[in-house]
Every structure is written in structure tokens, then in C-alpha cells.
Design a protein around this ligand. Structure first.
Ligand SMILES: Cc1ncc(COP(=O)(O)O)c(C=O)c1O
Length: 449
């Protein structure tokens, strides 16, 4: 056979063999699939696992008191008990749950433990857990109204409930984010746009703009600097103002610093007042700060991440003084209003200002955004959004305003009781005096360490 003919026959043979080989491979793969179904867990198995998990959760809650609050482990202790390689084959749920018992639970700090007294009070409750569990099977993306009308509308409802509860005027409307740090960043992005119009479009560089300044107290949370870093404002442009003996910002010093900066050609952009500082729960004189901001035409953001929830307690309504002068307020129900982490609400006076900075509808979502009252993707940098409103709705319906207020009042009673004990015990020092009895303590003090 001439060489060309042999070559042609070989080519024909390979061309015929390829689909045959593909057919065999596909048949093998199909047989594999029949042995190992590609779908989800069969319904009956899933039901069994759910029952097991329900028992696991109930047992965990019932016996949590018997666990150590925090492990004694050294860094890496958990990691070293786990395989280095990612799993090649699937494993049964029972084995995974066994490792949760053996490795994960003993390696945890149990924030829900009754003896956990670190950081802030925590938000684990049975209704909160039920709300989280309910959210899991729904697993929707609340980016536009059309991608899940119920998630979008429920978010508007719970944001409205919290606004009513803390006595905020309905000039404010809000959006749910994961954390207050993200909320403050969005609030300051709007402040930046108003201080330096068209920043959204053109950015900050090559525009001959003055340095934009943010002012807050030396007790305020570090999320102010984080926001300045993210927004390209520079952390050194967050100016920390000294506080008085009760850890509240000194408004005179604030006014003087703003005036001095103006004289030096800098541009005051925003003031952050805190209602419930991280270290001592002190409350800035918000109304005085608000009046100063109004006169100076500066954005006022109130960081009520911690203290905001306490505005629901009738004897503490005074902490809302001056909120009417704010441009934005952040409140963390995951700190004090019993919603499990994460759930933070940013309120903005005229929410359209926020939408103006962040709304951007790509071609592939254009059809989704028509006819909607609100598409929450327009109010921040996140596109995909969890259905966070559901857990808030479940817990707030379960407790009601009365139940929330009763629990917050009890927390205040206990804190005051502790303060009284500390005052009577000379081994301890009360580092922040209770101010109208809303406060926190740090101890042991430096004298007794
Ligand atoms: C006063 C205050 N603001 C903001 C934050 C930041 O909160 P998040 O963890 O939700 O970002 C905290 C956290 O402790 C805080 O205490």
C-alpha cells in the first residue's frame, strides 16, 4: 500500500475509533454515576440527618454550661488534628459531625456560654437559632427585588421595626450589612461624595482636591480608620479628639480642630460621634456635635453599633438626644438586639443619597431591576446578599418589643449590681463611672494586676 494510502486509512481508522472510545468512556461514567448518584442526599436520609442534628443542637444548648468557656490550646492545635489534604472522596455526615464533636467544639471559645463575659453581651437564643436554621434551606440571593421579593420586602420591614423601636424619625431609611465596619465605610463614601462631588466617577487623584478630614474621639472604634483606608482618604486624616473624664469627646476641642484645619486649607468632611464606645460604653454629646456639624456643613455619622439598641429602654431614651441631626447612624442588632451575628443596620437620612453613590446596574441584571420598590444591591458594594432579615424577623417576633426591653433592662440591672460590688471591694477599681447607669467595666485594674 502506498504511503499516502496507508496514512489516509490510518486517519479514517482514528476518526472512527474516537467516537467509539468516547462512547465507551461515557458508558463507564454512566455506570459510575449509577453507583454513586450525582444528585443530593436522598430525602429520607436527609430527614434522618436533620433529626440527628436537631438533637445535637438541643443537647449542645442544654449542656453548654459543662464545657470550658475557652480552650487552653496553643495556636495550630486544631489544624494539626485535621488532614492536610483536601478530601478526595465524599464522607458521610455522621463522620463529619463526629469531628465537630471531637475537634471543633473543644477548640472553641463558647460565646454563648453563661460564663462568657468577654467583649459584648452575646445574642444566642433558641428563636435566633431557629431563624438561622430556617434561612439555610431557603438560601436565596437578595440582590434585587426580583431575585427574591420576600427577602427584599422583609428587609424593608425589619429595618422599619428597628427604626420605630429606637425612636428614629422616618426621614431615615436603612440597609442591612454584615457589620458596623462595613456600614461606616458606606456612610463615609456618601460623605466623601458630598464633600468632593464626582468622586464616584473620577476618583480622588489628579483633581487638586484638598485633604478630606474625619474627626472622632480618642475612644471611638478603629473602624473609622479602616473606612478611611478603604476609601482612599488615608488613616492619618482621621483626627482623634481628646475626651473628658467620662470618656466623651470634648466638643470645644473638636470645634477648634475643625476651624484650624479649615484655616490650613484642609476640608472637614465628617464627624463620627459614638453612642456606646467599645471600652467604656460612654456616650458622646451628640446634640452639641450635631449642631456644630450643621453650622459647619459637615456630615454627622453616629456609631451606635453597641449603644443604639439600648435606646429601646424607656429610661435610656435620653441616649437618642441629637440623633435627629445625624446624616447616618449605624446600629448592630447582633450586639444588643438579639439577632445572631451578622446583622448591622445603616440608616441614612434620605437613603437616596446612598443609592446615588452605589447604584450600578450591569446589562445582565437590567431586566431584574424594573418595577422594583427597592433593589438592595443598589445600596452598597455587595451584589450577592444573604437573607439576613429572616432571622431578625423570627427573633423579634418571638421576643416582641416588651421581651427585648425586659432583657436589656435586666442586663443593665446586672451591670449596676456588678458596679456596686466593685465599689465596695478595694481590690477592684471602677474604670468608668456608670453614667445614668449605662456603662461597662474593665478589671482587674492596673493597681491590682
Ligand atoms: C462602638 C463600635 N463601633 C463599631 C464596631 C465594629 O463592629 P463590627 O464588628 O460590626 O464591624 C464595634 C465593635 O466592637 C464597636 O464597639
Amino acid at each position: 500500500m502506498p504511503w499516502e494510502t496507508a496514512e489516509a486509512v490510518g486517519r479514517l481508522g482514528r476518526a472512527l475509533a474516537t467516537p467509539l472510545k468516547r462512547g465507551v468512556n461515557e458508558r463507564n461514567a454512566m455506570q459510575d454515576r449509577q453507583q454513586q448518584p450525582l444528585g443530593d442526599t436522598p430525602p429520607e436520609d436527609f430527614r434522618k440527618q436533620l433529626h440527628e442534628l436537631a438533637d445535637w443542637i438541643a443537647d449542645f444548648r442544654e449542656h453548654i454550661e459543662g464545657l470550658r468557656v475557652a480552650p487552653n490550646d496553643k495556636p495550630g492545635a486544631i489544624r494539626h488534628q485535621l488532614p492536610k489534604r483536601a478530601p478526595e472522596e465524599g464522607e458521610p455526615f455522621e463522620r463529619i459531625l463526629g469531628d465537630v464533636d471531637q475537634i471543633i467544639v473543644p477548640g472553641m471559645v463558647h460565646w454563648s456560654h453563661p460564663m462568657f463575659l468577654g467583649y459584648f453581651g452575646w445574642t444566642s437564643t433558641a428563636p435566633g437559632i431557629l431563624g438561622e436554621i430556617l434561612t439555610a434551606p431557603l438560601n436565596v440571593n437578595a440582590m434585587t427585588w426580583r431575585t427574591c421579593p420576600a427577602a427584599t420586602e422583609l428587609e424593608t420591614v425589619v429595618v422599619g421595626w428597628l427604626r420605630q423601636w429606637v425612636g428614629l424619625s422616618d426621614e431615615f431609611d436603612g440597609v442591612v450589612y454584615d457589620t458596623a465596619s462595613v456600614g461606616i465605610m458606606h456612610a463615609l463614601a456618601v460623605a466623601r461624595e458630598e464633600a468632593a462631588p464626582a468622586t464616584r466617577k473620577l476618583g480622588l487623584t489628579d483633581r487638586n482636591l484638598p485633604r478630606l478630614r474625619i474627626y472622632t474621639s480618642d475612644q471611638a472604634h478603629s473602624s473609622a480608620e479602616k473606612a478611611a483606608i478603604a476609601l482612599g482618604l488615608g488613616e492619618e486624616n482621621v483626627i482623634r479628639i481628646a475626651c473628658d473624664a467620662q470618656f466623651r469627646i470634648d466638643v470645644n476641642s473638636l470645634g477648634q480642630k475643625i476651624a484650624a484645619d479649615r484655616q490650613n486649607g484642609l476640608q472637614p468632611m465628617a464627624v463620627i460621634a459614638t453612642v456606646g464606645t467599645t471600652s467604656t460604653a460612654s456616650i458622646d454629646p451628640v446634640r452639641d456635635i450635631g449642631n456644630l456639624c450643621r453650622q459647619a456643613k459637615i456630615w454627622l455619622h453616629i456609631d451606635a453599633a453597641y449603644g443604639g439598641g439600648f435606646a429601646m429602654v424607656p429610661e435610656y431614651e435620653w441616649i437618642r438626644k441629637g440623633w435627629e441631626l445625624a446624616d447616618s447612624i449605624v446600629i448592630n442588632p447582633h450586639k444588643t438586639v438579639f439577632v445572631p451575628l451578622d446583622f448591622s443596620v445603616l440608616y441614612v437620612r434620605d437613603l437616596e443619597r446612598l443609592r446615588h453613590v452605589f447604584s450600578l446596574v450591569p446589562e445582565y441584571l437590567r431586566g431584574d431591576t424594573v418595577d422594583a420598590e427597592k433593589n438592595y444591591m443598589d445600596y452598597g458594594i455587595q451584589l450577592g446578599r444573604r437573607f439576613r432579615a429572616l432571622k431578625a424577623w423570627v427573633i423579634w417576633r418571638s421576643l416582641g418589643r416588651v421581651g427585648v426591653v425586659a432583657r436589656l433592662s435586666e442586663q443593665i440591672r446586672l451591670a449596676n449590681l456588678l458596679a456596686d460590688w466593685i465599689k465596695k471591694n478595694d481590690r477592684f477599681e471602677l474604670s468608668a463611672q456608670p453614667r445614668r447607669r449605662l456603662f461597662s467595666v474593665c478589671w482587674p485594674c492596673s493597681r491590682h494586676r
